[in-house]
Design a protein around this ligand. Structure first.
Ligand code: DHB
Length: 391
């Protein structure tokens, strides 16, 4: 088999890139270890930046998003016994975020790729990428019991945080990994209950952070900060609701409760790999970088990476100009490091660190007062939360 761009990973980065390339007449094949069902059912984050929404709408995959997504013009920060709204829409001159779950984005992209005759292979195994230093890299894999070899001009490593493609970039000589671990995690639940609040609540509390989010008019997504080794089964529904109430009560926020039908623990890491390109291999999304979930930047960064890659590959196929391909790492990393800073900032402003002194707690409150009272500081938060425009 032969294609122009071989894409490893049918997540947001891989599928969106395949879609964008198709629109400009560039061929691609996408492969993934997981089945279509598993990809379409795995619950992840749910906040789309303005730029992600615009990109999906502009390229014809935004219909369901416009119908079923919820546009949020603000967020609430809870601290020191009060609830403080940040009006992102006003502060940014009309930008907002949309609550629409990642697996719904994937359902939309898969449907569109298949309707457009795209080649997406699910449930592959034994994937091996070869010769990325040459002008004719290859992807070998097994699909439906047959061994396949896909000859490509370029290989895209969009295989998520459990990537194998990243390790094709020689560590040390070429690749540097930047890494930070956090001493906590999030306990996440999905509950059959209408939203507790019209807009998200990010709550600072002496018992630890809470995030009140939503998925639909009948399903809430909530998280509380926990130890990384927390065992889900140690937490009964009653104990979970009591913990949420204890952390939120001082701010006056009221919780609507209901049957909890999913519980999970999310680990916290910040990670960046540099460079994001080696020979004819280009990394995109979580294969190259991971952010802690505070601020929901992961999916949006993946979309921004492939927006840059699509243009770079487009320029190459139009004119053989390799300039944008060569500057891919530099262009993508600028946004990646900004998102790393933002996610780290939100995380460290809102979470309880086990070694925090009373000084640290009061400093956090001063910072939260700053971002909720200073228009300049609030604008910094709003600009970064709604996301920098895709350039
Ligand atoms: C969600 C996750 C986040 O990390 C965040 O900052 C906001 C919302 C969510 O899953 O709904």
């Amino acid at each position: 088999m032969r294609t122009q761009v071989g894409i490893v990973g049918a997540g947001p980065a891989g599928l969106m890139l395949s879609h964008l390339l198709h629109l400009r007449g560039v061929e691609s094949v996408v492969i993934d270890l997981q089945t279509r069902e598993s990809i379409e059912q795995t619950i992840k984050a749910g906040i789309l930046e303005q730029g992600t929404v615009d990109l999906m709408r502009r390229t014809g995959v935004g219909d369901r998003l416009m119908r079923d997504g919820f546009v949020h013009h603000g967020i609430n920060l809870a601290f020191s016994g009060g609830l403080h709204r940040i009006n992102m829409y006003e502060l940014t001159g009309g930008r907002s975020v949309t609550v629409y779950a990642q697996h719904e984005v994937l359902i939309d992209l898969i449907a569109r790729r298949l309707a457009d005759g795209g080649d997406v292979r699910f449930g592959v195994s034994d994937t091996q990428v070869e010769d990325v230093e040459s002008e004719q890299p290859r992807i070998r894999f097994t699909h439906e019991g047959r061994q396949e070899t896909l000859e490509c001009d370029f290989v895209i490593g969009a295989d998520g945080s459990r990537t194998s493609t990243r390790f094709l970039i020689p560590e040390g000589a070429v690749r540097t990994d930047f890494f930070r671990q956090y001493p906590f995690a999030w306990f996440g639940i999905l509950a059959e209950a209408p939203p507790s609040s019209d807009e998200l609540i990010y709550a600072h509390s002496e018992r630890g952070f809470v995030l009140v989010s939503t998925r639909s008019p009948s399903v809430q997504r909530l998280y509380f900060q926990c130890d990384p080794d927390t065992v889900v089964d140690d937490w009964s529904d009653d104990r979970i609701w009591e913990e949420f109430q204890a952390r939120l009560a001082p701010s006056g926020a009221q919780l609507t409760t209901g049957r909890i039908f999913k519980k999970d623990v999310l680990q916290f890491r910040s990670f960046v790999c540099e460079p994001m390109q080696y020979g004819r291999l280009f990394l995109a999304g979580d294969a190259a970088h991971t952010v802690p979930p505070t601020g929901a930047k992961g999916l949006n960064l993946a979309m921004a990476d492939v927006h840059v890659l699509d243009r770079a590959l487009g320029a190459y196929y139009d004119t053989k100009d390799t300039g944008l391909l060569e500057s891919y790492t530099r262009t993508a990393l600028q946004r990646v490091w900004r998102a790393q800073w933002f996610s780290f900032w939100m995380t460290s402003m809102l979470h309880r660190f086990s070694d925090a002194s009373d000084f640290d707690l009061r400093r956090q409150i001063a910072e939260l007062e700053l971002v909720t009272t200073s228009p300049t500081a609030a604008k910094t938060l709003a600009d970064n939360y709604t996301g920098l425009p895709l350039t």
